[in-house]
Design a binder for this molecule. Structure first.
Ligand SMILES: Cc1ncc(COP(=O)(O)O)c(C=O)c1O
Length: 488
């Protein structure tokens, strides 16, 4: 295994290159031709080299057994130094580029009117077209402000699938978070290209029964994190926009992984095969009235977020709330250097070679375990592979948390940290018992992933011995972060 890793000979190009609704500029077209010429070798490699490294610490099985017990079998409560491969989240865990680090050095730390803010605003507006860009310290702060301003008790907010913080921020305002995933999403094994789509018929029904006045906004999460990291098609976003507009309801994107979603559209939606990821992202944003964004994902930054809107009146209210809890509207709880890192990351993340490597590396993990009998949410998502622990461990009932049990076993066996997305996280509302293996951006090489594959296959080989868990203590909200368990 070479240090930088050799990835993915099996990558496929699925979409027919049929129509080209957005003309490629002459420069892009010639770059594409140049890349094709240079790419005589088909292996997809990491489109970067490693300049700075962080050592990983090995632990013994006995040590991990003790650490698990001390942490109440909750992997959030284990110190990072005791984790070998950390697939807990792709959020805020990206490796930054030399360009990002360089940009941070020119961070303008002025309280008001920071130049760094105006540089970020320019990049965001060029990408999204939104009039107001309101920085926040991370995505959930944008959610809290948005729903605080827009939601009233008794109202309903539809989404393809609410992420946990999104749901909590809707519900804390007395509104109802309603998940409307497309029917194909119900079957984890179905291979539909856009399983993140929102169910249009269900949306129409909800608006009819609740009344448009009780639906303050419609939201689409791209890609659909809680639904398996599955993408949403542009056709679906356009259709949702038509329904929402007909009823005078604004459409918002939870845009955390907009670039990965754009890449999937380029690969799978024939009408956009000739477009760059940036052009596709611009089209996605152009259909929305605003967005929330966690810069910890597709801005390749370690912290940050923003809230955008085209509505002047809402923006005023949002900025008032921002000042109360986040800070002045030109820094929003962030340092000027963070704003710079986000601005550069938003550009880098749309690079074709980066996105090809990114999606191929996730698929590599998924394919290598699914081909050996581990049931995953099909097809592989953008930022993570989701093992269907309900299918893999049918001997563990839901109330004994099969995905949590699998997470514990994977750590015990190989020091790998993953996260449960099932009944621990969502209680009775969980549609599936999933174990998410989220891939940090630009962090791990192919040999790290090969290690993860081997560990999962070894655990799978003796899966019948894995036991369930019961909860010993839990907080009122978002219990997965701090609940404690006992092995059964
Ligand atoms: C789809 C989605 N929305 C919102 C958030 C919240 O963002 P943050 O962690 O920056 O608060 C996340 C975080 O993982 C997410 O995946």
């Amino acid at each position: 295994m070479c240090a930088a890793g050799v990835w993915f000979p099996e990558i496929r190009r699925r979409a027919a290159r049929a129509s080209r609704p957005v003309a490629e500029s002459a420069r892009q077209a010639s770059r594409t031709r140049l890349c094709a010429r240079l790419r005589g070798v088909k292996t997809i490699i990491e489109p970067f080299r490693i300049k700075s490294v962080e050592p990983l610490r090995q632990t013994s099985r006995e040590e991990r057994e003790r650490l698990l017990e001390e942490a109440g079998y909750n992997l959030f409560l284990i110190e990072a130094r005791n984790i070998l491969i950390d697939l807990l989240t792709d959020s805020g865990t990206s490796a930054m580029s030399t360009a990002q680090w360089a940009a941070m050095m020119r961070g303008d730390e002025s309280y008001a009117g920071s130049e760094s803010f105006f540089r970020l605003k320019k990049v965001v507006q060029e990408l999204t077209g939104f009039r107001h860009v309101i920085p926040t310290h991370q995505g959930r702060a944008a959610e809290r402000i948005l729903f605080g301003v827009m939601c009233r008790p008794g109202q309903s907010v539809p989404n393809n699938t609410h992420f946990d913080t999104t749901r909590a921020n809707v519900e804390i305002n007395g509104a109802r978070a309603v998940d409307l995933p497309c029917p194909e999403a119900a079957d984890t094994q179905a291979r539909h290209p856009f399983k993140g789509n929102l169910d249009l018929a269900a949306l129409e029904r909800l608006i009819e029964t609740e009344g448009a006045a009780n639906v303050p906004l419609v939201m689409i999460t791209v890609t659909n994190n809680s639904g398996g990291g599955q993408p949403v098609s542009l056709e679906n976003i356009e259709a949702v926009k038509r329904v929402a507009s007909r009823h005078g309801i604004p459409l918002y994107l939870d845009a955390c992984r907009f670039a990965e979603n754009a890449y999937f559209i380029q690969q799978r939606e024939a009408a956009y095969a000739g477009c760059t990821p940036k052009q596709i992202a611009q089209r996605m944003f152009s259909l929305a009235d605003g967005c929330t964004f966690s810069a910890k994902k597709d801005a390749l930054a370690n912290i940050g977020g923003f809230l955008c809107t085209n509505d002047d009146r809402l923006a005023e209210q949002e900025k008032d709330l921002l000042i109360l809890t986040e800070g002045f509207p030109t820094y929003g709880g962030l340092a000027g250097r963070d704003l710079e890192a986000i601005a550069v990351g938003l550009t880098e993340v749309l690079d074709q070679d980066y996105l090809q490597y990114r999606i191929a590396s996730t698929e590599y993990l998924g394919r290598h375990i699914s081909e050996r009998g581990v049931p995953i949410v099909e097809p592989p998502g953008g930022h993570a592979i989701y093992i269907d622990a309900g299918l893999m461990l049918p001997h563990i009932p839901r109330h004994q948390f099969p995905a949590q049990a699998l997470a514990v076993e994977l750590y015990r066996h190989a020091g790998i940290r993953s996260v449960e997305i099932g009944s621990v996280m969502f209680g009775d509302k969980a549609p599936h018992e999933l174990l998410r293996l989220a891939i940090p951006r630009r962090v791990y090489t192919q040999s790290h992933v090969d290690y993860v594959v081997e560990a999962i296959l070894e655990v799978n080989a003796r899966k019948n011995q894995i036991r369930g868990l019961e909860i010993v203590s839990q907080p009122r909200f978002l219990r997965h972060f701090s609940a404690r368990f006992r092995m059964l």
